[in-house]
Design a binder for this molecule. Sequence first.
Ligand code: SF4
Ligand code: SF4
Length: 468
Amino acid sequence: MEPAQDAKGFKQDFMKRWTPYFKKRYVLFFIVSIVSLVIPFIKLNGNHVFLLSFDRKQLQLMGVAFDMQEFYLMPFLLIMMFMFVFFLTTLGGRVWCGWACPQTIFRAIYRDFIEGWLLGMHSRRNKQKSAKMEKLENKAKKVVAILIWTLLAFVAASNFMWYFIPPEDFFAYMANPSEHMVLLGFVGGVTLFLVYDVVWLAENFCIYVCPYARIQSVMYDNNTIMEIYDDKRGGVIYDQSGHKIADKPSEGDCVGCMACVNVCPTHIDIRKGLQLECINCLECADACAPVMASLGKENLIQWTSYEAMETGKTKIFRFRIIAYIVMLTMAFSGLLLMGSKKEHMLLNINRTTELYAVKDSGIVENHYTFLFQNTDSKEHDYYFEVVGNEDIKISRPTEPFKLNAGSKANKVVVLYTDKEIAKNDRKDTPIAIKIRSFAVDDKQKIVVERDAVFFYPSTEVLNEKKAK
Ligand code: SF4
Ligand code: SF4
């Protein structure tokens, strides 16, 4: 960043940067940070607004808990996420990078707030101090800045973890760190990465590491809104092959002050045109505005589209944008539809290896293993019934059983019949049945139905058994 023009103090230096786009971005940074911190604590119906818990094997979304076996929602979420990124990039270029990306926000906190506003590291040289003294002081300030950021990076790393480990569990685990070394190592690792990333890697992350930078340019079209240097008014600085002609054009309004270049966090010259490194922060536009205003002219760097530069208007609703809106709507409808089909309990039915058992009294039994899972946020008593065949009855278990929220239980189930429900001399008869399982205290909401088969022996087997 360019040193301030006067030496009245670092807070004044910071306030000088409190320009229109800068102000709007920082307000949004603040909102995004608060929302990210608060979301993991918000609960609806006892569940989180968003939690992808590997521990509980659950996705909690808008207060509804989805079990691993219900992860059919994930594709819809992923499709929505990708579609939204494509939509946003086509519409507003790298607007995410400049306005809401954690990397940009972290850099703003470290560079502008800690180093700049708090420690005054970007202020103009104090002539009353020797260069050696000032160098030493800056080194000490750098250490302090890194320490402060390390503390904040730890909060950010913990905040990241709260989307995977609910805060209530996280704090309980952290209170007993010796038993949760993996978690501690993970938080420590993310913290260290954030320190390295924000302090040393800086905007190089956006240029060389982030994959989004590589793919974004293919989504741009003539109507994409981005920061554009108006070379018709400003004058040409670079030739067709990208070689610089001069800092100041021979013709045009650009005075070659380099304010736009000096302020750029990715160290590029916007006057060269669209570049992969540009993160859409608009600091160059803010830097050029007062220079041009002092000459009574309009800003040479604008947040607009090439189409608007030519025709005066950006076409928002074009084919690509409409296609993304349609796909987003479809994915969102799919998410709502599938989400509304959420079952508050799960039931898997497996047969035991034995097909059936015939008792001396002629009673025929079939044995099963039922896996019940309570996916609701409260405990319930569960039981089940055979639907559509009154002759098949339950022998075991004889009573409802309790299941805590989120827990599962394997139950041995015996169904029997004392009636002749099929007649085939030589072959066993498979009879399709339906099992309806429910929470005794909420039969309306917590109920599932599953298909199963009851095997009835052939007359030959029955007669053999009776003859013994
Ligand atoms: S050219 Fe530099 S200062 Fe301008 S928007 Fe892009 S990254 Fe920001
Ligand atoms: S800030 Fe404006 S006038 Fe100064 S070099 Fe950049 S484009 Fe030209």
